[in-house]
Design a protein around this ligand. Structure first.
Ligand code: S3P
Length: 449
């Protein structure tokens, strides 16, 4: 099991970009594979989660060619050969690794394919709720068996076939559920409608539009006519704002620091992290430079002494993945930060309420835990500690950031999981820890094949 050791720094000045967006990369692999020709995807995220989805599509007949790659990880630029909606059965069960997004989106797509597929994942994924997708997909006519030891959990055996459209009012605000139903809806005869209880990330809707599939969007209601053929296209994946969030928090909370994150996704369904850090006192400038499909731009942030804030209920789905690192920012801020209405955190890669609270307390923070979140009484000095990631990438990275502020040494145990979403994190951390400021020191190694 690998680990990372960190000591505090006083400030940093840096300018770099983070790898491609995880959510967008999953969707590009899936829609590219369903499209009617060759798709070229640039800045694809070569993380384990996205590679599993890419390999799944390949096992289902949608092959890919690597044009550029990140040394030791995987493709960053690739060509996907789409199958015009008709995939072929995989010879072996399909491994989704640690990825809830991969499994749930693939399940939606496979519900409409006329063969049986088994999807499995690691121990964490096998304990996450799958009823949230199997229920609507069964309503559309799919027959899905949940084979896990835990009821309603993976592995999934999906007997796909002819689907009927539904109007589905989602009980949880989940982009994965919305996307699974819409992907199944692509194969249904008639109009599938999904009604969200709150706005969730809209990458699926935007990418469907890039593939010339029309959806009708009215507030939180999305309708799509099945049977439309996705037209192959070229896509550039923006940098992942959820990966940028680690450095944004580090810079925001470190007086005198300045950070410019370049070419990052600025989709409004993902940028609540910037609003929260602004409310906490950070100085942030957003410079939007392109908005073809997914808005993208640069974010500049200057560090100050932060103050506590309250996360709004409607912000929660927008920043759900950033909550562990927001909790670290809150521990460094003066005053209280209220994070409530965030029960969903309990069914992520780990129970992120427990793993965040436990590790914050180890570092000396004053935190109250609730069923649906936590209140952090900020301002206690953090001290170095032995941190267990529990195999959760965002916990490992959030506490690596905390280590940049702690007295003494912080050791994060179990850092391999970081590769599920941020290959190159340790490289960027090291450049920041050494207080490097030359942008060239942050460029991740790539090789051209
Ligand atoms: C994702 C949606 C979110 C998020 C996950 C990625 C997606 O999950 O936590 O990391 O790509 O659709 P939910 O939709 O279940 O909230």
């Amino acid at each position: 099991m690998s680990s990372i050791r960190i000591r505090a720094i006083s400030s940093f000045h840096a300018e770099f970009s983070v790898p491609g967006d995880k959510s967008v990369s999953h969707r590009a692999a899936i829609l590219g594979g369903l499209s009617n020709g060759i798709c070229e995807i640039s800045n694809f995220l070569p993380s384990e989660d996205c590679l599993n989805t890419l390999k799944a599509m390949s096992a289902l007949g949608a092959h890919f060619e690597i044009l550029e790659q990140m040394e030791g990880y995987g493709p960053t630029k690739l060509r996907i050969h789409g199958r015009s909606m008709k995939l072929t059965a995989s010879e072996a069960p399909v491994d989704c690794g640690n990825s809830g997004t991969g499994m749930r989106l693939l399940a939606g797509m496979l519900a409409g394919q006329p063969f049986t597929t088994e999807l499995f994942g690691d121990a964490s994924l096998s304990s996450r709720p799958m009823g949230r997708i199997t229920i609507p997909l069964a309503e559309m006519g799919a027959n899905i068996e949940t084979l896990g030891d835990k009821p309603g959990c993976a592995p999934l055996r999906i007997h796909g076939g002819k689907l009927s459209p539904i109007t589905y009012e989602m009980p949880v605000a989940s982009a994965q559920v919305k996307s699974a139903v819409l992907l199944a809806g692509m194969f249904a005869e008639g109009t599938t409608t999904v009604i969200q209880p709150a706005t969730t990330r809209d990458h699926t809707e935007r990418m469907l539009a890039s593939f010339r599939i029309s959806c009708r969007i009215n507030g939180n209601t999305i309708s799509m006519l099945g049977g439309q053929m996705p037209e192959s296209c070229r896509l550039t994946v923006p940098g992942d704002i959820s990966s940028a969030a680690f450095w944004l928090v580090a810079a925001a909370a470190m007086n005198g620091s300045r950070l410019l994150i370049k070419d990052v996704g600025l989709n409004p369904t993902r940028t609540a992290i910037l609003k929260v850090l602004s409310r906490m006192g950070a100085h942030i400038t957003e410079i939007l430079h392109s908005s073809d499909g997914e808005p993208m731009g640069h974010v500049e942030i200057q560090g100050v002494s932060l103050k506590g804030t309250t996360l709004l209920e409607e912000e929660i789905p927008n920043l759900i993945d950033e909550i562990p690192v927001i909790a670290v920012a809150a521990a460094l801020a003066e005053g209280d930060t209220h994070i409530r209405n965030a029960r969903e955190l309990r069914v992520k890669e780990t129970d992120r309420i427990t793993t965040t609270v436990e590790n914050l307390r180890k570092m000396g923070a004053d935190v109250e835990e609730f069923e649906d979140g936590m209140i952090i009484h900020g301002g206690q000095p953090l001290k170095g500690a032995e941190i267990d990631s529990h195999g959760d990438h965002r916990i490992a990275m959030a506490f690596a950031v905390a280590g940049l502020f702690a007295e003494g040494e912080t050791v994060i145990h179990g850092t391999d999981c970081i590769n599920t979403s941020y290959p190159g994190f340790a490289y960027h951390l090291e450049a920041i820890r050494q207080e490097r400021s030359n942008p060239a020191d942050f460029v991740l190694p790539t090789t051209r094949l």
